[in-house]
Design a protein around this ligand. Structure first.
Ligand code: PEP
Length: 251
């Protein structure tokens, strides 16, 4: 089964509106010939409107870096799926390790976000991954299973077509360390098998599983050559147009 690759850039808490417009235009230019793969950018909420405007006419997908499960209401500091769509976003990242580690988001809360994002028609990129301590304690697969089961609780097979999983070992994010391609592939194959057990093989086969954690021009080709790695979620290198262009155009 050939899955369409997805290269996603997470801009985190970077970029003024003006900077974001420039970078978005560079991403549009960098990806215009990459018609056999999808490209996504997740700007900060404040820049989403400007980015979707700058990307008009391009196939680049715009995502929020998080999403609430309610359409509106007393949820100070949150953004609703309807608000994301209003700005032109069609996807949302959920459960990023920075949300889990710094802001204490639990699998249960993350599941509410997944459910809400899907309910309002967004594509959801669910991030999972083990910490260094968990890896050293040989708990990686147990943690991944807990996060997949927790994050996808109640999600129907039909809605699974709008779910992407991003495997991001926490110790590899922003550290310059990358999981070896063999370790990354092992985790991806495990996640795909688990999705097959929880749903069915067809759903597992069509599901895109991205790798994230210090992906850069120097390692993207080797990672993308693995059978169960269908794309990349890129932080630091997504802020540099030249690096992101090379990653989009992986070989
Ligand atoms: C991320 O933000 O999801 C990420 C993987 O960051 P980096 O590429 O900088 O490690």
């Amino acid at each position: 089964m050939t899955r369409r690759a997805l290269i996603a850039g997470n801009w985190k808490m970077h970029m003024t509106t003006a900077d974001a417009e420039v970078l978005a235009s560079q991403v549009a230019e960098a990806s215009k010939d990459a018609t056999d793969r999808d490209v996504l950018v997740a700007p900060p909420f404040t820049a989403i409107g400007a980015v979707t405007a700058a990307l008009e006419g391009s196939a680049v997908i715009v995502a929020g870096q998080n999403v609430c499960w309610e359409e509106q209401g007393a949820f100070t500091g949150e953004i609703s799926p309807v608000m994301l769509k209003d700005l032109g976003a069609t996807a949302a990242i959920v459960g990023h390790s920075e949300r889990r580690q710094i802001f204490g988001e639990s699998d249960q809360l993350i599941n509410q976000r997944v459910v809400g994002g899907l309910k309002f028609g967004l594509t959801v990129v669910l991030c999972i991954g083990e910490t260094l301590e968990e890896r050293e304690a040989e708990q990686t697969l147990t943690i991944l299973e807990k996060q997949v089961r927790g994050g996808l609780d109640g999600i129907t097979p039909k809605d699974m077509t709008r779910v992407v999983i991003a495997y991001e070992p926490v110790w590899a994010i922003g550290t310059g360390k990358t999981a070896s391609t063999a370790k990354a592939e092992e985790a991806h194959a495990f996640i795909r098998k688990l999705i097959g057990d929880l749903y069915e093989k067809d759903i597992a086969d069509q599901m895109r599983i991205l790798y994230g954690g210090s992906v850069k021009p120097a390692n993207v080709d080797e990672l993308m050559a693995q059978p169960d790695i269908d794309g990349a979620l890129v932080g630091g290198a997504a802020l540099d147009a030249e690096s992101f262009q090379r990653i989009i155009n992986f070989k």
